[in-house]
Design a protein around this ligand. Structure first.
Ligand SMILES: *Cc1c(COP(=O)(O)O)cnc(C)c1O
Length: 365
């Protein structure tokens, strides 16, 4: 018996007919880029988050890249972010020639520590790019306040937190710009690559729409240097179906997350602040003896993963930034102890009880 890390098959089979019908409509229409389904999806995504504008694009990475481009982030600029995230968050800053400036994380939530941000601000700083890691929004009020004080923009990397709430507001609608990913294993996933940018600023929205289509404002008139960053119509069609069922899935995710946290005896479970919710893109626990526990779980058919085993400031590709071991002690410590358990709205209760039992037995030995 194998318990999958994320069960995408069950979800597909549940909505198979509807998804295939939507895909077939795209095939029959031969409108593979843009079109009515994309327009409808963007409206529904905007409604879902409460943002004025939702602009779909080719991936979460491109959503971040387009956001930075829309703010004219360029060589010589600095962008403050967390070292404890997926590579894409900082990669896009470097791609534009700007410098990622890392700030350590909070030991309880694993999100960027707002108390440490102001020390990292210089006259080159242009933006703050917090990540709502594992599905829990970062401390956005504190971050927005700091940004306001220093005239900076805030982009939320909500690639893991789409559907989460913060003081009653939806993630991706908590700052100047919010970005998410529809990578298949994210809370709301499509069947390939996809992403979206959210904003309430009309000017930024228009610019981002142009940037993702080679900077065009009309055909063959290029106002900006842009990219090919479009979401295709088949992915939009799939997302339209999946978005309908997403609110129910969020409830299931929370139920499963809370059951883990309630029943796991002696490991550090996620700390979710009481003014926000998590969509548990990952359900991650901390263990002193991670390697041993991973081996036991895997031998019993329980799939695990580590998000993330090496903080970004120690990655080879960022060697040129000159960081060294010891620079961000909390991120370094967490990266050695963290481990993610199977999580999806379709995780069977009996499978979850088995995972809990195995873990509780190991820790009691
Ligand atoms: C997945 C992810 C991204 C990138 O999204 P893609 O759609 O894979 O490009 C960026 N940031 C974080 C925090 C992510 O988890």
């Amino acid at each position: 018996m194998q318990i999958p890390f994320i069960d995408l098959k069950k979800q597909y089979h549940l909505h198979q007919k509807e998804i295939q019908k939507e895909i077939n409509e795209v095939l029959e229409s031969s409108q593979f880029i843009g079109g009515e389904k994309l327009d409808r999806l963007q409206k529904e995504l905007a409604n879902f988050t409460g943002s004025k504008y939702a602009i779909c694009c080719s991936s979460g990475t491109d959503a971040l890249l387009l956001s930075l481009m829309s703010l004219d982030i360029k060589r010589g600029d600095e962008v403050i972010t967390t070292p404890f995230t997926f590579i894409a968050t900082a990669e896009v800053i470097s791609l534009l020639g700007a410098t990622p400036v890392f700030v350590d994380i909070d030991e309880q939530t694993y999100n960027i520590d707002p108390k440490k941000i102001e020390d990292a601000i210089t006259d080159k700083t242009k933006a703050i790019l917090p990540v709502s890691l594992y599905g829990q929004p970062a401390d956005m009020d504190e971050i927005n306040m700091i940004a306001k004080r220093h005239g900076l923009k805030v982009i939320e990397d909500g690639c893991q937190s789409f559907g989460a709430t913060y003081k009653g507001q939806k993630s991706c609608n908590l700052s100047d710009i919010g970005c998410t990913s529809f990578f298949p294993s994210k809370p709301l996933g499509c069947y390939g690559d996809g992403g979206a940018v959210f904003t309430n600023d009309e000017e930024l929205a228009l610019k981002i729409k142009m940037l993702l289509n080679h900077g065009q404002n009309e055909r063959y008139k290029h106002k900006y240097i842009g990219i090919n960053g479009r979401l295709d119509a088949i992915q939009a069609a799939i997302l339209l179906v999946k978005l309908k069922y997403f609110p129910k899935e969020i409830i299931k995710r929370e139920e499963i997350g809370k059951r883990y946290s309630f029943k796991l005896n002696s490991v550090a479970t996620p700390f979710i602040k009481n003014d926000r919710s998590s969509v548990y893109a990952q359900y991650s626990i901390r263990l002193k003896d991670r390697d041993k526990v991973v081996k036991i779980l895997n031998s019993k058919g329980i799939t695990t993963a580590v998000h993330y085993p090496m903080p970004l400031h120690l990655q080879e590709c960022f060697g040129y930034l000159g960081y060294k071991e010891g620079d961000f002690k909390v991120a370094e410590k967490i990266s050695k102890e963290i481990m993610s358990l199977p999580m999806s709205p379709f995780l069977k209760e009996s499978d979850q009880e088995f995972i809990i039992k195995v873990l509780n037995e190991i820790e009691e030995q």
